[in-house]
Design a binder for this molecule. Structure first.
Ligand code: BTN
Length: 286
């Protein structure tokens, strides 16, 4: 079923795409309810949908995150979308794709928060290895990439993005760890209102077009040059750099990200280790 226009206006999205010269986002499926937009994209992949096909749902009944986690998003509050890519790269290279997606999402969030405003300086928007976007220490977006292999190559990668937009109150287990554009813009909006101006939340159509534009640009570079060409960008927005962490069995100070997407850690003895996957536990929670 297609969602009502009031929630997501397809012609407004097409106009926003055209303005930014974005190719992805077509075909587009906008649903009122789905189990998960990643499921929609996986099904479409099986039926031969092209690269750039995009899926948006107002509500997910089984939205999922990494490592079997549930992705919580109240219906209509947040942007939950998936994009079908057909990268034909090897599985090792694709392992770094979530970081590139994270940089694209970060750019969109930062642009929305980094408006010049002397009263409220912009908070730092960071990428937390391997797949989170944070505002200061709170998560505003998550990325879930699910790949399909043919022989040794990844024939399809489903890029799922959940971006918190309108949620102001999070359930107890997420409170203190999650945020949204609405929460981050709240103080700014109060200040704007006091000055007689308004700073509205961005529309979903604009946000999705911006996200696709930001990712489309980076993806071309990722395919030709790999993650190496993003290391400088990652370096300046790395949420873990300089912090003590535990990643599964490894403990050390995070010192950056390697060209293959691994997290670099230096232990007490000064030896460098690399974590290729796993859950990051911060040992100096802020
Ligand atoms: C994470 O932080 O663990 C990743 C969260 C990814 C959530 C998005 S929402 C759209 C897409 N559909 C899903 O079921 N998951 C991703």
């Amino acid at each position: 079923m297609t969602a009502p226009d009031s929630w997501f206006d397809v012609s407004r999205f097409d106009e926003a795409r055209r303005r930014r010269n974005v190719h992805w986002g077509a075909p587009l499926a906008v649903l009122e309810t789905a189990t998960s937009t990643n499921d929609l994209a996986l099904e479409a992949e099986r039926s031969g949908a092209p690269e750039g096909a995009t899926f948006v749902a107002r509500e997910q009944t089984r939205g999922r995150g990494r490592r079997g986690n549930t992705w919580w998003a109240p219906p209509g509050d947040n942007l939950t979308c998936s994009l079908l890519l057909r990268p034909e790269l090897d599985a090792k290279t694709i392992a770094a794709l979530p970081l590139v997606v994270g940089l694209a999402v970060r750019e969109v969030v930062a642009r929305r928060l980094e408006r010049p405003d002397a009263l409220f300086p912009a908070p730092p928007v960071l990428v937390k290895w391997p797949n989170d976007v944070l505002v200061e220490s709170r998560k505003i977006a998550g990325v879930l990439v699910e790949s399909r292999l043919r022989l040794e190559a990844v024939s399809a990668a489903i890029v799922g993005i959940g971006l918190n937009v309108r949620t102001r109150v999070f359930p107890e287990e997420l409170a203190g760890r999650a945020t949204s554009l609405a929460r981050e813009l709240r103080d700014r909006r109060a200040a704007s209102a006091a000055r007689g101006t308004t700073e509205e939340l961005p529309a979903f159509e604009e946000l999705l077009a911006e996200l696709l534009a930001s990712l489309e640009r980076r993806y071309a570079r990722f395919r030709s040059d790999g993650l190496a060409s993003f290391l400088a960008e990652l370096d300046v927005c790395d949420a873990l750099r300089g912090r003590p962490v535990r990643v599964d069995g490894l403990v050390g100070i995070a010192v950056g990200i390697a060209a293959d997407g691994a997290l670099r850690l230096v232990d007490d003895a000064g030896t460098e280790h690399r974590a290729h996957a796993g859950h990051v536990e911060l040992l100096d929670p802020r």
